[in-house]
Design a protein around this ligand. Structure first.
Ligand SMILES: *Cc1c(COP(=O)(O)O)cnc(C)c1O
Length: 520
């Protein structure tokens, strides 16, 4: 390449590079008959390590060809109708146009003097999301927020802010820190435990309450907070989930909010998954009570259909971001609230510049993806994509319920379907324990189903035709579909379920012919 850096003089190279990349994406979309290739992780590891990084290829075309062979040909296609495994979405096209703009212009959303317009656009969206949440009686200053790299980062900063809020009350910080607790339901995201570790809390700081089904039980919460208060244990935060990652369950936010307010405890609502309900024309009421939160996590790269990464943390009292602010003379001097020399010393809007609120310093302009998508589709348009996914999940649940070879484990509350294979196999008539005393239990359908879950998931992964996830519900393994595809057809659903049934039947037969172990 002549000049590898983007400038007025390299516009042609820029346009050609983007066109070549776009055409690779086109090829990827055209060639993608299955959600993933059948290449094994070992094969892919071999190809990747075979690349000699000390010998550059020298031109973009060759580099793209190489990337096609080690990445694009094998990338898991989240847009594919038979990709129903994890919380990955097909992406909104306006957001991809935004990605090109932000990557090319490379604005860092940090200070007014580095990206005034970007700071203003992000701030406008933060206010828009805060309005959608509708925080109850804002205390102190107005709600505020910041874009982050994901739900894990948003949760970390929320819990950091809650910790500081709690420790800022009277008393000695150092002696209270190791005794602080965080109370969650049993299905809170793993990032809560990680955050507790990073925040210097004790190893057993996160108290996971047994739920009422999949949801947090406000009565148990009330009892727990009361007994913690009685024993003089301080609670930094209660974390409720609006859409558990694993089950798509939404905690009863209004009742939990009332309990937290009675006990004067910070309520964080992790709506990383369910946040899209904020714009849902038909399911917004599932988030009833979310306004009682002190902080809220929303992942736009899940149910707003934006490319990774795009998330936000919202605080009911925006002043809470003061805990994240550290000043530097060269960047955001404390005596210059505009942090941009004289030119923009008066803050045009909202809180301080982004760097005062963010845990990052140099930060991508991810907000533009949301802006462009919102301006093209509108809030209802985005929400309808989620609504259609929820409808699809319900249709799949109905299909499973009517299928004698499958067992529905939970009716979906959001867009997650939990089920088990239930193959018809001949059960041996004689007692089948290999235990000499003959006291072992005979096989039951349930034992066989449980035994098949992981192998079915692994077999489907290896084939690459239909991708599903596996998890555990109430102590029993089960398969999981996470539906984030508004265009999913009954034909596609039928193919996925047929693949599950076929794999289960094959594996069950194989288990019977090779071992009797499964029946003991
Ligand atoms: C996905 C998810 C997270 C983590 O978000 P990332 O963007 O993956 O970091 C946190 N909480 C819930 C409920 C989630 O579903």
């Amino acid at each position: 390449m002549n000049d590898p850096l983007l400038s007025r003089h390299s516009r042609d190279s820029h346009a050609a590079a983007l066109a070549a990349a776009t055409s690779e994406v086109g090829r990827y979309l055209d060639d993608r008959a299955t959600p993933r290739s059948a290449a094994t992780p070992d094969e892919l590891a071999h190809r990747t390590s075979a690349v000699d990084l000390d010998r550059p290829l020298g031109d973009l075309t060759s580099a793209l060809e190489e990337v096609r062979a080690i990445y694009l040909d094998h990338a898991v296609g989240y847009h594919h109708p038979r990709y129903l495994a994890h919380l990955n979405c097909p992406v909104a096209i306006p957001a991809l146009a935004a990605e090109t703009l932000t990557a090319s212009v490379n604005t860092a959303v940090e200070t007014w003097d580095q990206g005034t317009s970007a700071c203003l656009i992000e701030q406008r969206l933060i206010e828009w999301v805060a309005d959608l949440i509708g925080f109850d009686s804002p205390t102190g200053t107005a709600p505020d927020g910041v874009f982050t790299t994901g739900g894990s980062a948003s949760n970390l900063q929320a819990l950091f802010t809650a910790r500081e809020d709690r420790l800022g009350r009277a008393g000695d910080r150092c002696s209270r820190l190791p005794r602080l607790r965080i109370v969650t339901g049993e299905h809170a995201h793993l990032s809560v435990v990680k955050a507790a570790r990073l925040l210097g809390l004790a190893p057993d700081a996160v108290i996971a309450l047994p739920g009422d089904g999949d949801r947090m039980d406000p009565v148990t919460l009330e009892r727990t907070l009361a007994s913690l208060a009685e024993s003089g244990t301080e609670v930094a935060a209660v974390v409720a989930v609006a859409g558990t990652t694993d089950h798509g369950a939404i905690d009863p936010l209004r009742a939990i909010g009332e309990v937290c307010s009675r006990h004067d405890v910070w309520l964080h609502v992790d709506a990383a998954y369910g946040g899209g309900l904020l714009v849902s024309p038909t399911h917004r009421s599932q988030l009833d009570g979310i306004g009682a939160a002190d902080s809220v996590t929303v992942d736009f790269h899940k149910t707003f259909f934006l490319p990774v990464a795009a998330s936000a943390l919202l605080l009911r009292d925006g002043a809470g971001f003061r805990h994240s602010a550290v000043h530097a003379d060269y960047l955001n001097p404390a005596d210059d609230p505009g942090h941009a020399g004289g030119a923009t010393a008066v803050k045009p809007t909202g809180g301080g510049p982004a760097v005062d609120k963010s845990l990052q310093t140099t930060r991508r302009f991810d907000a533009l993806k949301l802006w462009m998508t919102l301006r093209v589709l509108g809030a209802d348009g985005i929400g309808r994509l989620l609504d259609a996914s929820i409808d699809s999940a319900l249709r799949i649940a109905n299909c499973i319920e009517q299928d004698p070879e499958l067992e529905l484990v939970r009716r979906p509350q959001l867009s997650t379907v939990l089920f088990r294979p239930h193959p018809r196999v001949d059960v041996p008539p004689e007692p089948c324990s290999r235990d000499a005393a003959g006291s072992g239990p005979c096989p039951t359908g349930a034992a066989l189903s449980d035994r098949l879950v992981r192998p079915v998931r692994d077999a489907l992964f290896a084939e690459g035709h239909s991708l599903v996830a596996a998890t555990v519900v109430d102590g029993r393994p089960c398969l999981k579909l996470t539906v984030l595809d508004p265009n999913l057809t009954d034909v596609d659903v039928g193919l996925v379920l047929a693949d599950v049934r076929a794999a289960a039947g094959r594996l069950a037969a194989g288990l019977r012919s090779t071992t009797t172990e499964v029946f003991t």
